[in-house]
Design a protein around this ligand. Structure first.
Ligand code: EPU
Length: 417
């Protein structure tokens, strides 16, 4: 299995381009299931999770062409088998995003329950509850959700908590339902907005995406469209946090700066100079970061997907920072690995107390999930000596060409086969 070897201690300098957003591309690929016409996507990132989604859709009979690395054309002319098998769902929970579109288009779907994962329980009860409110009959047998509905009906759905993929699943289902659906307490994440704009281009009638009430007026059928996937705000935030930790001066191009406010505010608090412009973000950092505390929250709050990276930054800050995780109950696995690099972290409930140390020391560490791995990479960039990160397949799920991009910024980082 591949590993990453990082020799820390160099500042980052230069310019790199941000890739398309994984968490926008995944639901948007599923939107192709809603129409028998082609959906042409650009700015699709080259990632393991995207390949997994393509495989899942391909198994259902979706024709997929890839005219270039970042372009996908998906055509669900016929759906021969509306099933998402356990083998794929267990490797990628986002597979559950096929449930709403399949049910709306085919009147039935069989989707494996995702089960738990490294960062927490992650149930899908809100997806199920919403579809049931729209008239679906859903039973759970042998680890699979079996869903059926003649035609879904619009409904008023109040979600118990803010769920990103739950909102996306229900928005896609409602696009083809009969009548109007109101999604209340909807997720406001930019990825939800990007999906909505793709659906609107396909002919859906959606208002309010980006607010906590989304109104969808169902239509009989949707057509084809072309859509450019939004830039990845978590990838961008990760490189910004890396620069704040390692020091230096970096420009990110092809970015969506307005989606980065929560992270940029915290980076400024840490002492970084950050400047936003049309499609770019500049960051400059000199000296030791100041300690910054963060508390994760749904958008526009501080993203849980940036928590590990900010914990890594806090490990070398000149003081103590509190990192509080409110979205997932078990998303501190990186803390133990950061301790192996010399970090001083104690955990109390859902808060990590991080006392900044002068320096980290390279060691062998293990990646446990995607964003935890990103935190370890940042720590490796600032640690003295060599850090070896094992199990980097987690990184390949969500960061396009990470070692190439960091290498282009002057980091000494290599993949060991
Ligand atoms: N939840 C429920 N019931 C549900 C749905 C969610 O209890 O039916 C709970 C979850 O257990 C969690 C909270 O609600 O405690 C929020 O989870 P959410 O549903 O929003 O997460 P998700 O949609 O499964 C997406 C991203 C995650 C990101 C979260 C939170 C995608 C494909 N994934 O997951 O991204 O952490 O939103 O912002 O969009 C990542 O990219 O590394 C990643 C994990």
């Amino acid at each position: 299995m591949d590993k990453l070897r990082i020799s820390g201690g160099r500042p980052l300098e230069g310019e790199i381009a941000v890739s398309g957003a994984k968490n926008a591309a995944l639901p948007i690929m599923c939107a192709a299931l809603l129409t028998d016409k082609p959906l042409a996507l650009s700015n699709v990132p080259r990632l393991m999770d995207i390949a997994t989604m393509a495989k899942l859709l391909g198994q259902m009979g979706v024709e997929i062409e890839r005219p270039s690395q970042s372009h996908f054309s998906l055509n669900a002319k016929t759906i021969k088998d509306p099933t998402a098998p356990y083998e794929l769902v267990k490797t990628m929970r986002a597979s559950v995003l096929v449930l709403g579109p399949l049910l709306a288009r085919c009147g039935r779907a069989k989707v494996s329950l995702p089960g738990g994962c490294a960062i927490g329980q992650r149930p899908v009860d809100q997806h199920v509850k919403g579809l049931q409110a729209m008239g679906a009959a859903i039973s759970i047998e042998h680890g699979y959700m079996h869903a059926a509905a003649e035609r879904l009906r619009g409904a008023r759905i109040l979600m118990d908590m803010v769920t990103v993929t739950g909102t996306e699943n229900l928005m896609m289902a409602a696009a083809l339902a009969e009548g109007t659906t109101l999604l209340e307490n909807a997720a406001r994440e930019p990825e939800v907005v990007d999906l909505a704009s793709c659906l609107i281009a396909m002919g859906a009638k959606i208002e309010g995406a980006g607010s906590d009430v989304i109104r969808i007026e169902g239509v009989r059928s949707l057509g084809g469209a072309t859509h450019a996937v939004m830039p990845d705000r978590i990838e961008a935030g990760t490189y910004l946090a890396a620069t704040a930790a390692a020091g230096g001066r970096v420009r990110l191009t092809h970015a969506a700066p307005d989606t980065l406010d929560a992270s940029i505010d915290k980076l400024r608090e840490a002492g970084a100079l950050v400047r936003k412009g049309a499609g770019f973000v500049d960051i400059e950092m000199a000296g030791r970061p100041r300690p910054v505390s963060v508390r994760t929250a749904p958008y526009p709050g501080f993203p849980t997907d940036m928590q590990a990276q900010f914990m890594a930054l806090a490990t070398i800050a000149g003081g103590t920072a509190l990192i509080t995780e409110t979205i997932f109950e078990n998303r501190f696995m990186h803390a133990l690995e950061l301790q192996r690099l010399g970090a001083d972290i104690s955990i109390s409930g859902n808060t990590a107390i991080v006392r900044g140390v002068e320096r980290l020391q390279g060691a062998t560490v293990m990646a446990t999930d995607l964003r935890a791995s990103a935190g370890l990479v940042i720590a490796g960039l600032v640690a003295e000596g060599q850090t070896l990160i094992e199990r980097i397949y987690h990184l390949d799920r969500g960061y396009e060409a990470l070692e190439k991009k960091l290498g282009a910024l002057g980091a000494r980082i290599e993949r060991i086969k």
